[in-house]
Design a binder for this molecule. Structure first.
Ligand SMILES: *[C@@H]1O[C@H](CO)[C@@H](O)[C@H](O)[C@H]1NC(C)=O
Ligand SMILES: *[C@@H]1O[C@H](CO)[C@@H](O)[C@H](O)[C@H]1NC(C)=O
Ligand SMILES: *[C@@H]1O[C@H](CO)[C@@H](O)[C@H](O)[C@H]1NC(C)=O
Ligand SMILES: *[C@@H]1O[C@H](CO)[C@@H](O)[C@H](O)[C@H]1NC(C)=O
Ligand SMILES: *[C@@H]1O[C@H](CO)[C@@H](O)[C@H](O)[C@H]1NC(C)=O
Length: 392
């Protein structure tokens, strides 16, 4: 159960292992009464095991061995005593099928107020969303995994399938790495974003596959210093900054670097969107670099007249979010609609400093070739420009 906890003393008769100060310890949910029958709610066993792993004066690990566990809902809270507390999930954790159990509660599984967290183990979070999509009275369906006020964390080698709402939500959390994460939900599943980040800084999301019914990754207000590399996205709505200008607390989104990603059969490729509302904000220093896009409807899109729910056709309100210094470099592949590049900026706050360099997007259809459309978009185009740029 313990390791790295001993030092060796050579004595005349051989080696004796002396445990002085145990530093790592594993807490197995089965020892806390988890049934792992896929039916009985094991929440209490998980929470009791977590409590002990968390207060352990060293690095505690909550171990979920292989098997299928039903969890009605759990909030794993810190602060913990170890510098890193590990959630090692080898099994499958299933959500209840009835969405009313946690209607509008935010999340199914949450981690909160923790400094130093490692979520790993090749296991699967199964949100069982197929039983809830389109068949519930909730205003919002729960996220599968929420990380709220968690600092210094790593999420790697885990799967999340069929979340009822967003798969992974990160809020007010800093210094994080995601890698080798597999996220999957059907193309027609509503609002099942892969990873949704707000008010968080200093993250790297790497080498993961995300296919859902909404954005693969969405980054909204108050997020800074986020790198996204080696992501394969599709199906889904692409990689999005925004929607901005919806939350009442306006904040800047800046220093977002998306590099070496592939988007296949997505609705959008790389997108920045803001609501046509009076809420001010800014998105700046955003770089999309070395991106392959296969058959997206809108491979490159800035949409400052975003209005998916309300009827905005009579509105004259322009977005008050300033979009500035956005680079699209080496973006190639194909579009499934004629407007492969669409830069629809705010008349009140026109886009500034848009750089298009080496854009090569085919549109192979009778009404081809692809075109660009621009409104209030200022910047510079260099290198290959297919379709030809329409920047001011
Ligand atoms: C956790 O740390 C606190 C404060 O450092 C200490 O009082 C407490 O005894 C520790 N818990 C355990 C189980 O060692
Ligand atoms: C806890 O884990 C961290 C990171 O792996 C390590 O640096 C630290 O030494 C560990 N602490 C103990 C008490 O084992
Ligand atoms: C993001 O990438 C930049 C440039 O490659 C690097 O300087 C920065 O440290 C990275 N940030 C994170 C959070 O990974
Ligand atoms: C680009 O991402 C892919 C994963 O999609 C990875 O296999 C490859 O090593 C990455 N290339 C570079 C140069 O980082
Ligand atoms: C949207 O609103 C405008 C006037 O604001 C109205 O003319 C139009 O019929 C409405 N469209 C729908 C689909 O409700």
């Amino acid at each position: 159960m313990t390791s790295k906890c001993c030092f060796t003393i050579g004595v005349i008769l051989g080696l004796v292992f002396v445990c002085t100060n145990a530093q790592e310890k594993v807490f197995n949910v089965l020892s806390y009464g988890a049934k792992a029958d896929g039916m009985t709610d094991d929440s209490e066993a998980f929470l009791n095991g977590w409590r002990d792993a968390c207060i352990w004066n060293g690095n505690g690990t909550l171990l979920i061995p292989s098997g299928v566990y039903m969890i009605n809902g759990a909030v794993f809270k810190g602060p913990c005593n170890g510098s890193v507390t590990t959630f090692e999930m080898k099994g499958v954790i299933k959500a209840p099928t009835d969405p009313n159990i946690f209607c509008n509660t935010g999340s199914w599984i949450a981690f909160q107020y923790i400094h130093g967290l490692d979520i790993k183990g090749h296991g699967t979070f199964d949100g069982q969303g197929d039983c809830a999509w389109g068949k519930h009275q909730c205003e919002t369906l729960p996220h599968t995994l929420a990380l709220n006020f968690v600092h210094n964390f790593v999420v790697h080698d885990i799967h999340s399938i069929n979340s009822k709402g967003v798969h992974v939500k990160v809020f007010q959390s800093n210094n994080a790495r995601f890698r080798h994460v597999q996220i999957a939900a059907p193309e027609n599943s509503p609002n099942t974003d892969g990873i949704h980040i707000s008010y968080s800084t200093n993250m790297h999301i790497a080498d993961s596959n995300i296919g859902t019914g909404d954005d693969c990754i969405s980054i909204i207000d108050g997020s800074q210093s986020i790198n996204i590399t080696g992501i394969t996205c599709g199906p889904g709505h692409g990689i999005s900054i925004g929607s901005l200008g919806k939350l009442s607390k306006p904040k800047i989104v800046k220093d977002i670097h998306v590099k070496n990603c592939t988007l296949i059969n997505t609705q959008n490729g790389v997108r920045i969107k803001s609501w046509a509302s009076t809420i001010t904000g800014m998105a700046t220093n955003i770089i999309f670099d070395d991106i392959t896009i296969i058959k997206a409807s809108n491979p490159i899109i800035i949409d400052q007249h975003y209005c998916p729910e309300r009827n905005c056709s009579g509105s004259t309100q322009e977005s008050c979010v300033q979009i500035k210094d956005v680079t699209f470099n080496n973006i190639r592949g194909s579009s499934s609609s004629k407007a492969a590049v669409s830069l629809d900026c705010s008349a009140t706050y026109p886009c500034k400093g848009i750089m298009l360099n080496d854009i090569n997007l085919e549109y192979d259809a009778p009404d081809g070739p692809a075109i660009s459309t621009c409104a209030h978009a200022n910047g510079k185009a260099t290198g290959t420009e297919l379709p030809p740029s329409c920047l001011n």
